[in-house]
Ligand binder design. Sequence first.
Ligand SMILES: C[S@@+](CC[C@H](N)C(=O)[O-])C[C@H]1O[C@@H](n2cnc3c(N)ncnc32)[C@H](O)[C@@H]1O
Length: 236
Amino acid sequence: MDHSGAETPSIVYKVFTFKDKKTNTQDSLSVSIPEVLDPHYGMYVWPCAVVLAQYLWKHREELRDKTVLELGAGVSLPGVVASRCGAKVFLSDGAETPLCLENCRRSCEANGLREVGVSSLTWGEVSPELLLLPQLDVVLGSDVFYEPQDFEDVLLTVAFLLRRNPRAQFWTTYQERSADWSIEALLHRWDLKCVDVGLDSFDADEAELAGSSLPGNHSVLMMVITARTEDTSCDT
Ligand SMILES: C[S@@+](CC[C@H](N)C(=O)[O-])C[C@H]1O[C@@H](n2cnc3c(N)ncnc32)[C@H](O)[C@@H]1O
């Protein structure tokens, strides 16, 4: 019984099992993600996270021994999958949402991941935590483009990280919530470029993924953002 006066959150564990559908390999990976029964954004898994985690699963050979940072991780399904695939992982969420940072830690615990670093990183802020990060190979962001007023802050953080790690890539999934939203001008402003990645190229063009019906009929898209070295800002 909790006598501290603080309410104990109600937690439900969701299991995601990634498999190779179109090959004969027996490989599979199961991870368990604790979700908190709370309406805040970072307390449960979003459809974008399942799609990004599927991309990581399909690129698991590339991830081994790479250093990976997840932004706006919430309950951290992609970061947990990256870690289970052999990457050295850092999870982050906003400094003003300590409960989300707790979720990052709880997800690591649920999967026996003791080596994963968790720190607060607020988009658009150059903080000591941001400056202390090691060299990165991949930055992840699942459903971080959901509030147009935050788009530039997200890209500012990404641009900062890609400038410090010129060979790194930002792998991100987003939900198309309005045809009016675009990051093209912001990519240009921050010297970034993007390539759209078809969901069919990594077997994610399905309503059910990893045993989860979360993707459903949501319009989830994926892109890879890198530092711009040529004139084009978006190779779609
Ligand atoms: C839509 S949720 C996505 C959570 C998780 N990535 C997923 O896909 O399941 C957005 C996440 O971004 C985090 N976030 C929102 N504003 C932020 C900010 N300014 N800086 C850092 N993280 C932020 C939220 O706390 C939340 O975890």
